[in-house]
Unconditional design. Sequence first.
Lengths: 288, 361
Amino acid sequence: MIYGDRNLGVIVQNITGRQGRFHTELMNAYARETGWRGIVAGVAPGKAGMEVDGVPVYNTVKEALAEHDATASVIFVPAPAAGDAIMEAAYAGIELAVVITELIPVHDTMKAIAYAKLHDCAVIGPNCPGLLSPGECKLGIMPAHLATRGEVGVVSRSGTLTYEVVDELSRAGIGQSTVVGIGGDPVIGQTFVDVLARFEEDAHTKAVVLIGEVGGNLEEEGARSTELPVVAYIAGVSAPPEKRMGHAGAIIEGGEGDARSKVRRLSEMGVPVAARPSEIPELIREVL
Amino acid sequence: MKLLEYEAKRVFSDYGIPVPQGFVIREPGEIAAHLSEFGDAVVLKAQVDVGGRGKAGGVLVVDSTSAVDRARELFSREIRGVPVREILVEERLEIEHEYYLSIAVDRSSKQPVVLFGETGGVEIERAAKEDGSAIRRAVVSPLLREVPAFLMRELLGSAPRDIAPVINSLYRVFQERDAMLAEINPLVTTPDGVYAADAKLIIDDNALGRQGIEVNRDLSEREREAGRHGFSYVELDGTIGVIGNGAGLTMSTIDLIDYYRGRAANFLDVGGGADRERVMHAVRLVAGLPSVKVILVNLLGGITRCDEVAHGIIAADVGVPVIVRMAGTNEEEGRRLLAEHGYRMVDSMEAAVRAALEAGE
């Protein structure tokens, strides 16, 4: 598993919101199942002294960390304040921030990720389902019941499509080491390259399923960066061409950014690309 | 959301970037009042959001005496299918050299990237492809408020130093106006100094609110309607209506339809929390497309309540068959409810797509 195991102490920012509260309960239920420490504290400005699902709430991340041993945070803070919440976590000493919030302005994301890097804090997301290491820990909103423990890493830009693939793998008897949803926004913290580097260092991961989407070239960069066997699936091959971002988009990204040319480039690198999610288990068996 | 050229130029000008003297007209006659401020020739630029506008005849250099007639002519035309409603009338610049300048969001480095080319103009993309060094690039930390001098020297090379303040001003525009892209192509030198001869500005859709923009003009009326319900929605040209949760899964569903030689009528991502009300609106919206013969609902998630979804589909009560694939809580109750009302629930995405193709024949 990567990013953490049963010993990982985790806080939730905006634990008193509807989503934060609901998923704190689900994460703690998972903790009871696996023996993971679970959510040790919550943060919500002005709500210190409250409890959510038995978890004590603090006004700031700094105050929470003064009382509890935690190195990761799951962030459910609404978009306008989410960038600030990431920076607060990084400044207070959080090493891993998992940002579930969607619709964050991209300039806020860029600033927060750059600031977090200065404080050695890795950011997963934003606009992501988080990560799940079956039998160990779950940071975010992934449905845990679809996953089974095993040796295949899954890294994906999608949310629900990841659940589909995890379900296909589990039904085929192929377990997962860690499933990471890196988020669908144009700018995200941990990219395929970063997650694959962690998988490569993980003794439990023997192969990786990479789930990409139309746009950008992060999938190709990721596949090129690793020695691990990789199987890819790219969503959006039948999508009409993306709205072009003037000349700069084409110049920066070199390629056309559409899914078909992405599939072609991955195939040219020798990466097996599944045409349908249901083909993934078979392709994984071939590379294991 | 894309701004029109004249809107972008107003923003650039507010930040101290020199732009040609000009004004916007909506009727040919409006030119006359201003012509005395210009020389013998003026430039008429159709304010349409299309690529290759110049080549398509959307930019005309005209004699001042015939400006009204030529503007009338331009108003009566369509530029690549887009009617001309506004024309930007500008002074003609005495151009010595054209450069390329843009600032964009670089996904790979997660930072702003400044692109500068010693030759600008319409062929810039081809030039960049043929010669990798035609465009110089510098990533700038989003934590900085201006481009550091050493990067500026690298970017400019032998280009005139008075371009540097323009780059810094554009960088401020990029940051403060929540831009995804700020582009000046060409940036021109003239005997009077540097000018932004053209301007492009795309604002981050997630920041429209704080930029004081209420309506996203890039969306169609139906897309806006879908947006009010919290859906992402795109119309396609097939016969199978598609409703999913999550962009990836919805796209993948459409790809699978394509794989089996079918065609999707639309893309509709209901977003998080597919409750009764939202599902009902989604099903009705898609059923409202005249081309739709069958609707495929594919919802997957730990917290999707299948009984709620079933109630939504039943309440929508549409005239076309609805095939449902869903996984989540209360699955059995959902299946029972759907069966009771004559709807089909299947267990896998593959089975759902095949069932939809059969039902749509």
